[in-house]
Design a protein around this ligand. Structure first.
Ligand code: NDP
Ligand code: MG
Length: 394
């Protein structure tokens, strides 16, 4: 079997590290063409040492220069490139057949969309790409014949629980609804008053998953589930009312598909992202992921309704989905700005939902036909949200 040739976008992040962990378990099966990061030079140098990619890209030019020096000192022959254009180059290079899209945020959109247009097999972790550019992205996948395999654990679970030949027709497949499970995050049992006082340290302390900071805050606000609702809408061609959210604090059932005959098919497992990553890397074969076996003896699995009053971000995401057009791009950009400010200690936790509501009020309803429309909505929203956060702080 010829090895699969991989580019890992966001290799230095938590999904990237887990991806390379699975790759290292299967010598000969994968060849690493390119690894990309933004700022973490030490980690990228180590990854180059171990995986010997042809190219390493650092989004930050200073980080690229530091990496180049480091690799030269150690005599490691890896070509180092810098900047967003280089991300797109390694995502579309003709040698590459598989792209792990694991940059965080809308920053991942241009390279991921380029990979879709180039007809690659895309392992999609970067959910913000689908939130911002859903229709455009899915059209690009359909036009080029690209293959899309979801990495987000919920969507990977749904993918596994749908018929293999599912092509987005719920009626034909007898599918009634998709059930996304949510852990509820670290604030699930807190009062609204306590949530209002939440600190960044509390927000990033997720009970079940180790993740990057941005998605950890999204999990605390339930915006992560909101983004996932929008992601599911595009990945599976679901209508909003066909997507349900249920809180399942143990994170064992990763999501479910409900069928017309009353059957509900779920995928379960130990919460470890290497399972969905290995599923997508090996597809259609199952390959080892290094994940401990699921221990069910003596465990309780519980399910409860999400509380949209304490977690308004989830409701805002359903609202943005219903509004259509550029609304999801506005929601995403406002969230990215507010989460970054919250992590810097410059905004309260509740300011995240307030900023999103403000941005949707001001900017939703615009065009979303082209990538330029979406990038413009993203830019405008970042400006409006920055100003709003300054104003409420003053
Ligand atoms: P991390 O913050 O751990 O990693 C983000 C990666 O993106 C790093 O490699 C980082 O580089 C790079 N990066 C950051 N900003 C830029 C930029 N402007 N341009 C290019 N690269 C950039 O995030 P996660 O790995 O947790 O998440 C990645 C994506 O996967 C997100 O979209 C998230 O929603 C999704 N996801 C994550 C899950 C998880 O369990 N972690 C689960 C499901 C989905 P550097 O670190 O070198 O600065
Ligand atoms: Mg998820």
């Amino acid at each position: 079997m010829r090895p699969r040739v991989l580019t890992v976008l966001g290799a230095t992040g938590t999904i990237g590290v887990n991806t390379l962990d699975v790759v290292a378990r299967h010598p000969g099966r994968f060849e690493v063409f390119a690894l990309t990061g933004a700022t973490q030079v030490d980690r990228m140098a180590e990854q180059c040492r171990v995986h010997r990619p042809r190219v390493a890209v650092m989004n930050e030019p200073a980080a690229a220069a530091a990496l180049r020096d480091r690799l030269a000192e150690e005599g490691i022959a890896v070509e180092v490139r810098a900047g967003a254009g280089a991300l797109t180059e390694v995502a579309t290079a003709p040698e590459v057949d598989t792209v792990m899209a694991a940059i965080v945020g809308a920053a991942g959109l241009p390279a991921t969309l380029a990979a879709a247009r180039a007809g690659k097999r895309i392992l999609l972790a970067n959910k913000e790409t689908l939130v911002v550019s859903g229709q455009l992205f899915m059209d690009a996948v359909a036009a080029s014949g690209a293959e899309l395999l979801p990495i987000d654990s919920e969507h990977n679970a749904i993918f596994q629980s749908l018929p293999r030949d599912f092509r987005g027709d719920f009626q034909a497949a007898g599918v009634k609804a998709l059930w996304l499970t949510a852990s509820g995050g670290p604030f699930r049992t807190l009062s609204a008053e306590a949530i209002a006082q939440a600190t960044p340290e509390q927000a990033v302390a997720h009970p079940n998953w180790v993740m990057g900071k941005k998605i950890s805050v999204d999990s605390a606000s339930l915006m992560n589930k909101g983004l996932e609702v929008i992601e599911a809408r595009w990945l599976f061609n679901a209508r909003p009312e066909q997507i349900k959210v249920v809180v399942h604090p143990q994170s064992i059932v990763h999501s479910m598909v409900e069928y017309a005959d009353g059957s509900v098919i779920a995928q379960m497992g130990t919460p470890d992202m290497r399972t969905p990553i290995a599923y997508a890397l090996g597809f259609p074969e199952r390959i080892a992921a290094g994940v401990p076996a699921l221990e069910l003896m003596g465990r309780q699995l519980t399910f409860e309704a999400p509380d949209m009053a304490r977690f308004p971000c989830l409701k805002l995401a359903f609202d943005a989905l219903a509004a259509g057009g550029n609304a999801a791009a506005v929601l995403n950009a406002a969230n990215e700005v507010a989460v970054a400010r919250f992590l810097d200690g410059a905004a309260s936790f509740n300011a995240i939902a307030d900023s999103i509501a403000h941005a949707l009020d001001r900017l939703a309803g615009g065009m979303a036909a082209t990538l330029d429309d979406l990038l413009e909505a993203d830019r405008q929203t970042r400006r409006v949200t920055g100003d709003y956060l300054e104003a409420i702080r003053a």
